[in-house]
Design a protein. Structure first.
Ligand SMILES: C[S@@+](CC[C@H](N)C(=O)[O-])C[C@H]1O[C@@H](n2cnc3c(N)ncnc32)[C@H](O)[C@@H]1O
Length: 270
């Protein structure tokens, strides 16, 4: 996958108040007057503008999607911030920045670090970081639990990856295991982009295991925490997840397993 983008997705991010407020507050608590900042995957430009309003002297707003690019300069101009925010069109996983930055912001992240390319983008952008760089989205912890997933829609069975939206109770799954940590990633250092791990997970309830649920918790530089849990972009359930989901591909077996409370091994790779 070269990049993940969808205009509707960018707008949904903008109107996701809980998410946008969490990021905005963390940015305001991190920026110092005069900072040079990069916003990777700027989308609507909201986080770049928050950084500019918080006192940054320069914000490089990196965006790959031409559909967004056409609007960004107009948005920054309308908000009288075009003297501070500069749009850079390109791929954050490869792009060079014109100067080193004090602060890295960006939200190219989905539950479990799958789909979007936050991790490879961070690995590249860190090349342009000043020594004491402050990374606003500082850490992510990814968890899995094993579930019985209601995968019937309109009377048909769909073994498909999906989100578990908090406002739709029919999408909530029954947990059959403890919630186990897959990994904890510190974005202020370069990280390996591969997962190859065997997890032993203790089942806590009998039932039919037909799904693996990912959930994530992010910690900001100011120590505030945001969980991709009771947020609309929340949990990811996969049975036989599609190939091509990167940077971390979740491989689950399509076979239905009946669980009698015991330890189960789950192999993660991708
Ligand atoms: C989830 S949206 C978030 C937008 C915005 N940062 C926010 O918080 O509202 C991710 C954005 O990253 C952009 N993007 C995805 N892959 C990218 C890449 N490799 N380089 C630069 N931008 C990318 C998408 O086009 C999209 O605008």
């Amino acid at each position: 996958m070269e990049y993940w983008s969808i205009t509707e997705g960018v707008f949904n991010c903008l109107i996701d108040k809980k998410r946008t407020d969490a990021f905005s507050n963390a940015i305001k608590n991190t920026i110092k007057p005069g900072d040079v900042v990069v916003d990777m995957g700027t989308g609507s430009g909201i986080l770049a503008m928050v950084a500019a309003s918080a006192g940054a002297s320069k914000v490089y707003a990196v965006e790959i999607d031409k559909n967004n690019i056409v609007n960004l300069n107009k948005v920054f101009e309308k908000n009288n911030l075009s003297n501070i925010v500069k749009v850079i069109e390109g791929d954050a996983t490869k792009i060079s920045l014109p100067e080193k930055v004090d602060v890295i912001i960006g939200e190219m992240i989905a539950t479990g670090l799958i789909e979007e390319l936050h991790l490879p983008a961070m690995n590249n952008i860190l090349k342009y970081a000043k020594k004491d760089v402050r990374v606003v989205l500082n850490k992510i912890e990814n968890y899995i639990d094993l579930v019985n997933n209601n995968n019937k829609y309109y009377g048909y069975t769909f073994n498909v990856p999906r989100y578990e939206y908090a406002d739709d109770k029919s999408l909530v799954s029954v947990s059959l295991s403890e919630k186990s940590i897959v990994n904890a990633v510190d974005f202020s250092v370069v990280n390996d982009n591969k997962v190859d791990q065997l997890l032993k997970i203790k089942c806590t309830r009998d039932g039919v295991l037909n799904g693996i649920r990912l959930s994530s918790k992010t910690t900001f530089y100011d120590k505030s925490v945001f969980s991709y849990y009771y947020n609309p972009r929340n949990q990811y359930i996969g049975t036989n997840c599609a190939n091509g989901i990167k940077p971390q591909m979740f491989l689950a077996d399509d076979t239905i397993i009946t669980v009698n409370c015991r330890m189960i091994s789950v192999k993660l790779s991708g």
